[in-house]
Design a binder for this molecule. Structure first.
Ligand SMILES: CC(=O)SCCNC(=O)CCNC(=O)[C@H](O)C(C)(C)COP(=O)(O)OP(=O)(O)OC[C@H]1O[C@@H](n2cnc3c(N)ncnc32)[C@H](O)[C@@H]1OP(=O)(O)O
Ligand SMILES: CC(=O)C(=O)O
Length: 504
């Protein structure tokens, strides 16, 4: 397979803005769509399926704006085999249409309540009309994997005669297997052929790769695998599989994958599973001591690809599976230099926290380190209380009382939301001790559900020094406050030894 794929050039049609947006509950504004389309074009996808022009005025506006945005990617829209859909696409200024024709008898007879001949004729009329309207035509068989392959081949052949530029094979309900794909695809490559897979049985990536091997030259993908039901083939997975396993130069700027993925997650409101390949929070996070130890020596031991290749960084977290190598690395990052016996004791205490079912945060590690090393930390800041008010018809407001350098400071601030207000009041209140800037703020839901444990990561800067700090709680405001106060104390703290640090 490596030999067969290596020298090929594949095209990517990204349908995040069409099939991805068909994810129940997802609705993107025209401005959101333009932002995502720009990022998709920047990363190097060849075609952007920007929506279904017939669906709504907002869709047409989005397609108009994307078509006029001067992007290098082609702007495509989904159309049915109907003149009104084609008019909407052409009037919105799309370059091309993904012209979809149901081809299985199930879809033709039960859904369309038509005959094969009627659908065939609708398809040919639609191809001709789309060409008359100046559009590039990708003629697509819907539910192709359950169709009569002779009928599908004759429809494709006639479509090309009527002017279709490209073809597409849709595994609409995700029932292909890689073996079936290998047999079905070669006779259908009568023109450049795209493969459009769904992930109902978790085979979208495997089937897409099998189709590319069998002769398809383009794959339909979505960012984070968004799409109807279980979604479509994820862009990030097929790109990295082609690049890393099959040594294909996809032309996609892989370092932009993670920023694109988080942009799409933020604008669609669909989080991805923490263990999702490539972009999930845990994809480059390690806790097990044996893994962390191996990674410190050579990251290839436990990572198939370097996180930087997809725009990410590696994280080592501490817990009951940690060993001394990872605890020592975390302590060094936090500014501690324990001797071997102190380190051993700290590993024991960290494991004990893990055994209690706790997530070990920076605050926990610092408290353990201070206790074991007999250091008395004079935290510059200690929180006495905070209150946050938020709701409808209320400007989110936070107030705080804390000790800063031994003096009580009380403050209040408003913000764009409760977290923003809380972080603003902390920054204002600590100003007497130093100018600390919040450079980055990131939230991960560590578990699912409304009672999810959230982990907040912040990057803070003071006088050219930057540190990263984390807080983990079920309450997002508490996790944010914890992360910021821990980080501020690390930037401002003064330690002095209670007794000798050498307990040997
Ligand atoms: C597998 C896929 O992802 S297919 C794409 C799915 N995308 C969408 O549905 C886009 C959003 N959809 C919409 O906004 C609306 O459904 C519209 C505007 C397209 C159509 O709305 P309505 O005219 O009210 O029709 P409705 O949605 O109830 O039914 C769909 C109609 O399209 C027909 N149709 C479905 N697919 C096709 C096709 N490829 N070519 C021609 N007609 C089709 C159906 O037979 C049905 O028409 P009928 O009632 O005359 O049999
Ligand atoms: C057209 C399409 O999205 C499908 O058949 O899955």
């Amino acid at each position: 397979m490596i030999v067969l794929l290596r020298d090929k050039k594949f095209r990517f049609l990204d349908t995040t803005l069409r099939d991805g947006e068909q994810t129940p509950g997802v609705s993107l504004s025209p401005a959101d769509k333009v932002e995502i389309a720009t990022a998709l074009s920047d990363i190097g996808v060849h075609v952007i399926e920007a929506g279904s022009a017939v669906a709504s005025e907002g869709e047409r506006e989005a397609i108009r704006l994307i078509a006029q945005a001067g992007l290098s990617a082609e702007c495509c829209t989904y159309v049915r085999a109907l003149p009104q859909d084609i008019d909407c696409a052409a009037d919105a200024g799309a370059d091309s249409v993904h012209l979809v024709v149901p081809v299985s008898d199930l879809h033709i007879e039960r859904k369309m309540q038509k005959t094969r001949e009627q659908v065939f004729s609708m398809a040919m009329n639609a191809v001709e009309y789309a060409k008359e309207r100046g559009l590039i035509v990708e003629l697509s068989g819907e539910d192709a994997s359950r169709a009569d392959m002779e009928f599908l081949r004759s429809l494709y052949a006639a479509g090309i005669e009527h002017g279709a530029d490209r073809l597409c094979f849709c595994d609409t309900v995700g029932v292909l297997t890689p073996e079936a794909t290998a047999e079905i695809i070669p006779p259908l490559c009568l023109a450049p052929l795209s493969i459009h897979c769904h992930n109902d049985l978790g085979l979208a990536l495997a089937n897409t790769l099998a189709a590319l091997k069998a002769g398809a030259s383009c794959c339909h993908v979505t960012v984070n695998g968004l799409g109807e039901r279980a979604g479509n083939t994820p862009l990030e997975e097929v790109v990295m599989a082609l690049e890393h396993l099959y040594k294909v130069d996809t032309g996609i700027e892989t370092r932009k994958i993670y920023p694109l993925s988080t942009l799409v997650s933020r604008l669609t409101g669909v989080p991805f599973a923490t263990n999702k390949p490539i972009v999930g929070t845990m994809a480059f996070t390690h806790e097990s001591g044996i893994h962390a130890h191996g990674l410190f020596r050579d990251s290839r031991t436990y990572e198939p690809i370097a996180p930087e290749l997809v725009g990410r960084t590696r994280r080592i977290v501490l817990g009951k599976h940690s060993g001394s190598a990872s605890v020592k690395a975390a302590l060094t990052e936090l500014g501690y230099s324990p001797n071997p016996r102190q380190l051993e004791e700290m590993v024991k205490r960290i494991k004990a926290l893990g055994d209690e079912g706790r997530r070990v945060t920076d605050t926990d590690v610092m408290a353990i380190a201070d206790a074991v090393m007999l250091l008395e930390c004079r935290p510059v800041i200690s929180l006495k209380q905070y209150t946050v008010v938020s709701g409808t018809n209320v400007i989110p407001t936070a107030s705080v009382t804390m000790q800063v350098n031994g003096k009580e400071v009380t403050g209040a601030a408003t913000g764009d939301g409760p977290v923003d207000a809380a972080l603003r009041v902390l920054q204002q209140s600590v100003a007497v001790a130093g100018d600390i800037r919040l450079e980055e703020y990131h939230v991960d839901a560590v578990t699912g559900g409304t009672d999810a444990m959230v982990e907040v990561t912040v990057k803070l800067r003071k006088d050219g020094q930057t540190i990263t700090s984390r807080g983990a709680r079920t309450d997002i405001i508490q996790a944010s406050v914890e992360a910021v106060i821990t980080g501020m104390n690390r930037l401002l703290r003064e330690y002095h030894e209670k007794r000798s640090t050498n307990t040997d």
